[in-house]
Write a protein that binds this ligand. Sequence first.
Ligand code: CP
Length: 302
Amino acid sequence: MIKHFTSLASFSPSSIQSLIDRAQYFFLNQNQPDKFHHHLHHKMIANVFYEPSTRTRFSFEIAAKRLGAGLVNFSPENTSVKKGETVYDTLKCLESLGVDAIVMRHSDDYIFETLQDKFQTPLINAGAGKFEHPSQGLLDLLTLHQEFGKLQGLKIAVCGDIKHSRVAGSLMIAAEKFGMQLYLCGPDALLPDTNQSFIKKANFDDVLPEVDAVMMLRIQLERHENLELNPQTYHQQFGMNEKRIQRMKREAIILHPGPFNRGIEISDEIVEHKQSRIFKQMGNGVHARMAILEWSQNRGQP
Ligand code: CP
């Protein structure tokens, strides 16, 4: 039985679909919070963020509270990390204190691989280095499913710093599981090598008329040592703007996991364009994370 939510790779398509369906239930019933505000009553969730976050951290917090759980927030600045406490010891401390699930973000790609066999308490990956961001993957799938009523066969262009993107990491795993076609676009130096038929490198402008969705990604300046980036040149070559949206199908949508650099990978007016689903996608973070937290306390179902 899967204990931790650390990678979409561990889940079958039907298990992921069950989580999407559950998240959609929370989405549809968001105005009737009485229906589920006792589901995690008396449970305690720990939010452990070693890297900054706005969307993921607060949506996990809101998700926990919507389900009736209590929540403690950890950040390294004001804890015993300052005295040399390791990640393992911090998590063991939280487990000893009796938390029911630990949501964690960390810069190390392999942090969950190293730790997961050592914990009975469910660990939930809220972003691990450049490896995976599976709760973001789930909310992205939920958003696509809401828009198109299916995932199978969808064509998605992903544009930007894909090599350093854990969001793209989770989307690539999902693409294989659900039969989606991904087109990787951006500067050559920021694209990963791929030899899988469902993931192809492509010229951004060429694929725009073909795709159902475009996932714009931020250049992750914090993960580069020597990247020289001219924002204007980048925007001209790879930015989403009015000119490029004209090349897309009218029913195609724009996604972005956030945070966004307005004027670099996406122009200001596109963020709230009628084809953008960026804020809907963000809001889905709460519904998807409610499904994940609930799953973590009823493991094995789905
Ligand atoms: N998409 C995402 O992970 O955003 P935050 O870094 O704000 O959590």
